[in-house]
Design a binder for this molecule. Structure first.
Ligand SMILES: Nc1ncnc2c1ncn2[C@@H]1O[C@H](COP(=O)(O)OP(=O)(O)OP(=O)(O)O)[C@@H](O)[C@H]1O
Ligand SMILES: [Mg+2]
Ligand SMILES: [Zn+2]
Length: 380
């Protein structure tokens, strides 16, 4: 029964929404796209090498570890992978882990399917669950635990209602994104070995969570957070494919990422009217800050600005123009003392000795160089 109506699960109308694991859906999409030669991650700008590796690893059924600095698109790529899943799936209504009606894994659903004549179903939107790498994460939060409340209500300890799934199990039938995997306590990382390999978990107390989930596991790690050693334990690394996520490779990609993610676009639902040369100036400011080869002074930058710096710089420039009653930004909108550029960059770069005047000077130099180079290009 689906919302009060009897349905034939095996009819072509419903067939695409059950009986497959997320990995199966994803593999299907990848193989289809290979034939048609289309980009299956249109939400991710550039990153051709990374996309190729991701497709290969997915096709091999491997969990993937996206390794890269802050703001270079790890989360975006993980969501793009989730987009390969159907927009919605059919699940047993009320199931805490969105069980597949044709192959339920939790006790409560198994029993329902055996004992009851009609089983209520429900649509569940595409599942992408972020599992934060919290150093305080407990087994209960990660895997699940027993509800004292339910026991008080008189349920037996082994009653299915009593088990409350944790985040890793909530990702069943979708993508589980372990954000900053290395920050999980090592005992929690150990629990994941089994989950990544056999899709099953044994808790620290030795209890086996009595079902296999079908989740597509992805994880992220930021090498800049490492202090000395790699915090992801080796046995866990051995179970995943590591794919490096770098900064946008070209000026064009930087511009596209910036423009595409501007607040203005979400707010106005139209492309921002930023002229070509301003796009180049903005993108160059950020790219020069990452470039240790081009200028001597940028070597003093210890942590480089991410794509969020690019996006925000575009935003602030556009906002400044709007506040002055114009749609189109001018050079004066960067601010008399480059306040607008600083607004986007001061908190996003770190400089040796953390001197803020130094940082200000560096931002000014970045702007000058970006402007110079852009003008040079225009007049050549
Ligand atoms: N290749 C890209 N294509 C489209 N958008 C991108 C790309 N790279 C970065 N972005 C945009 O930059 C912003 C930051 O990206 P994202 O959140 O994916 O980075 P992250 O690597 O997960 O960062 P963090 O390490 O801080 O979690 C987002 O708004 C995202 O849309
Ligand atoms: Mg992220
Ligand atoms: Zn269930």
């Amino acid at each position: 029964m689906l919302y009060g109506e009897e349905v034939d699960l095996w009819s072509s109308e419903y067939l695409p929404y059950h009986s497959k694991t997320p990995t199966e859906y994803v593999i299907e999409k990848i193989l289809e796209s290979e034939k048609a030669e289309v980009d299956i991650f249109p939400g991710v700008v550039g990153k051709y090498r990374e996309k190729e590796l991701v497709k290969n690893a997915l096709l091999s059924g491997s969990p993937i570890l996206l390794k890269g600095r802050r703001g270079y698109g790890k989360t975006t790529l993980s969501k793009a992978i989730a987009e390969l899943l159907p927009k919605k799936i059919l699940a047993v209504k009320g199931c805490k882990i969105y069980d597949d009606p044709t192959r339920p894994v939790c006790f409560s659903c198994k029993r329902k399917l055996l004992e009851e004549n009609t089983v209520e179903l429900a649509w569940v939107p595409r599942i992408w669950v972020r599992i934060p790498g919290d150093p305080m994460m407990t087994t209960r939060q990660l895997v699940g635990g027993i509800s004292i409340q339910k026991i008080r209500e008189g349920y037996d300890l082994d009653h299915p209602e009593v088990f409350i799934p944790g985040r890793a199990l909530k990702a069943n039938r979708g993508v589980g994104y372990f954000d900053e995997l290395g920050a999980l306590p090592s005992a929690m990382q150990t629990l994941l070995h089994e989950l990544f390999e056999e899709h099953q978990v044994t808790t620290l107390e030795g209890d086996i969570v009595p079902f296999k989930v079908s989740t597509l596991e992805l994880a992220s790690t930021n090498p800049a957070n490492y202090r000395g050693t790699n915090p992801i334990k080796e046995p866990l690394l051995d179970r995943m494919e590591e794919i490096e996520i770098g900064p946008p490779e070209t000026l064009e990609e930087e511009i596209e990422i910036g423009m595409r993610n501007m607040f203005y676009r979400k707010w106005r639902d139209e492309g921002p009217p930023i002229p070509r040369w301003h796009r180049e100036i903005v993108a160059r400011i950020v790219r020069y800050a990452r470039d240790k080869e081009r200028f001597e002074f940028t070597r003093r930058i210890e942590s480089e600005p991410s794509c969020r710096a690019t996006i925000k710089l575009f935003d602030h420039l556009q906002s400044k123009a709007l506040r002055s009653g114009r749609r189109v930004p001018l050079l004066s909108d960067y601010g008399e003392n480059l306040e607008i550029v600083k607004l986007a960059l001061m908190g996003r770069i770190e400089v040796e000795f953390n001197l803020s005047e130094r940082k200000g000077e560096i931002v000014e130099r970045l702007f000058e160089e970006a402007k110079k180079q852009t003008c040079r290009q225009i007049y050549n």
